[in-house]
Design a protein around this ligand. Structure first.
Ligand SMILES: [Mg+2]
Length: 185
């Protein structure tokens, strides 16, 4: 199968890294338990302009200092042996190099990598069979066109439900969904 896989809050813990730097900038001390919005900057009351300025300044460090989620690296290594793996991230191209270096550091193998906010169009064009992602808007968009998504569970995507959304609360469950989808092909 061709599997598309998101990075932030799917392969790695983006929440903790963002909070660390956003707390530093704002003087607030939010914790992961406070995060109930996919767009973390909104919890700080920032507008898009402020968010862009902070992200531009600290994005490199935020991305470099993120840790892989439990078992993500091990499962990805298994999946890579059997499947076509495409990393699909909405990060801007500005962070291409730090992203690729981070994947190398953590020994995550993949066949292709794409930087795009239009994941649905990219997946259709590249014949991706299933997307693994935490973004509620992507899950809803894919469900509308009957494309399966393995939704990596995060506090802000708990209310997304559809026949084409397979919920996973850890990487063992991601692997199980992949195996199930493969055996149903
Ligand atoms: Mg994500």
């Amino acid at each position: 199968m061709h599997i598309g896989i998101d990075l932030d809050n799917t392969i790695l813990d983006a929440t903790s890294a963002h909070l660390q730097y956003y707390n530093q900038v704002s003087g607030l001390s939010l914790t992961p338990g406070d995060v109930n919005d996919f767009y973390i900057y909104r919890l700080y009351g920032w507008d898009d302009e402020k968010r862009d300025a902070v992200y531009h300044q600290y994005g490199h460090d935020i991305h470099w200092n993120s840790s892989p989620l439990p078992m993500a690296v091990e499962i990805l290594q298994q999946l890579f042996l059997k499947h076509q793996i495409s990393i699909i991230t909405a990060r801007p191209l500005l962070f291409h190099d730090v992203t690729v270096e981070w994947l190398k550091l953590h020994k995550i193998n993949y066949h292709t990598i794409a930087f795009t906010e239009n994941k649905l169009q990219h997946c259709i064009h590249s014949h991706v069979d299933v997307l693994v992602d935490d973004g509620p808007h992507y899950a809803e968009e894919f469900a509308l066109v009957n494309k399966p998504v393995i939704l990596y569970e995060q506090p802000y995507n708990l209310n997304v439900t559809s026949a084409f959304v397979y919920r996973a609360s850890n990487w063992i469950e991601v692997k199980q969904h992949v195996d199930d989808l493969e055996s149903n092909e």
